[in-house]
Design a protein around this ligand. Structure first.
Ligand code: ACO
Length: 322
């Protein structure tokens, strides 16, 4: 029996022009390429220049996704932008993207830190399943370089800037067809203090910098993301062996390897871009997915498992038949 489901119609990305290696960072920060690589797997990151705002990068990524999907902007009924680094408190950066692209319907930002893209997929999927929209842009775009404490070497070396976008399109399909099969979302506000930004609009007493207890985040990351993966597999009646590609949030190579190992996936089945992009928060999964589609590793018909965890704590998974 055919039902309305969301299909992934196109992917696009934007990375800032300024590429900064670990060695370059080590010129101004008391760190080294060896320390960063060994602890995180990161070799380099793209850092935004002033004109590369959240809206700018989101718009560029979305333009590419639309062109690849072959869908005119006017047919997009919703722009959902996952970001922790919007250009302004309001209007939502998503509405700036809407204006730049000429999409119709509505646009809003979604705040779920590094799990933002999976959350946004979940929201867009629900809207498509219920017939509220027929096509949506789901974007993750971040400029963490603007909220990093550049005097804290324990955090500033971990992040990069960038944007990734996907177009979701409604289709009347059966169970075996390409579609977003499920999303599972979670949060636990009691863990909000292990990863947060110490500021907000109007808080002149706080600088608005990212603060992290890295060891605690590490501990929760593998456990929670593994749980979200098991949940996705069980809900769809598929096994670990059915998964073609794991596309995890790109925070840290050791976290990624831990999850891949627990799933029993070989290195060739886990998409890793943290070495090139560092942690781009809500942008990391679409950036990784696009890289593996563009270089031909991910192929139509394959089963993709997305999983993320971020400040909140927030975490979740999405299962996609491409
Ligand atoms: N360069 C050199 N030395 C450093 C650096 C650096 N950039 N940062 C910290 N150090 C030093 C510390 O000062 C400390 O020195 P000391 O022993 O003389 O006091 C030593 O290295 C160890 O510091 P720790 O903070 O204990 O380092 P740890 O081994 O825990 O590694 C890391 C830190 C990489 C952040 C780790 O905790 C981790 O991987 N956490 C996972 C969290 C993560 O990846 N978060 C990303 C954002 S969250 C998300 O996206 C899910």
């Amino acid at each position: 029996m055919n039902r309305t489901r969301a299909q992934l119609a196109g992917v696009g990305t934007y990375l800032p022009e300024n590429l900064v290696t670990n060695d370059e960072l080590a010129k101004t920060i008391d760190t080294s390429d060896a320390w960063i690589r060994e602890r995180t797997g990161i070799r380099q990151r793209h850092l935004a220049q002033p004109h590369e705002t959240c809206a700018f990068m989101a718009t560029r990524a979305a333009e590419i996704a639309l062109a690849r999907a072959g869908i005119p902007a006017a047919e997009i009924g919703a722009v959902i932008l996952a970001t922790a680094t919007p250009d302004q408190a309001f209007p939502a950066t998503a509405t700036r993207v809407q204006a730049a692209l000429g999409t119709s319907g509505f646009a809003f930002d979604l705040s779920a830190a590094c799990a933002g893209f999976v959350y946004a997929l979940g929201v867009a999927d629900a809207m498509i399943r219920t017939g509220q929209v027929r096509a949506a842009l789901v974007i993750g775009a971040e400029v963490y370089s603007r909220i990093l404490n550049w005097d804290d070497r324990g955090t500033c070396v971990l992040f990069g800037d960038g944007a990734g976008a996907v177009v979701l399109r409604a289709a009347e399909v059966d169970e075996a067809a390409p579609q977003l099969l499920s999303t599972h979302l979670h949060s636990d506000g009691a863990l909000g203090d292990i990863l947060y930004v110490d500021g907000a609009v109007g808080r002149r007493d706080l600088p608005g910098h990212l603060v992290m207890n890295g060891r605690e985040v590490f501990r929760h990351a593998v456990a929670r993301m593994s749980d979200a993966i098991d949940e996705a597999l069980a809900a769809n009646n598929v096994t670990r062996a059915d998964i073609d590609w794991l596309i995890p949030h790109q925070a840290n190579r050791r976290i990624i390897d831990g999850i891949g190992k627990r799933l029993g996936l070989g290195e060739g089945q886990v998409v890793v871009t943290v070495d090139r992009h560092a942690n781009t928060s809500a942008a990391s999964i679409p950036l990784a997915m696009a890289a593996a589609i563009e270089d031909g590793r991910i192929k139509p018909g394959q089963l993709l498992l997305l999983v993320a965890l971020g400040g909140g704590l927030t975490w979740g998974s999405a299962l996609i038949r491409l």
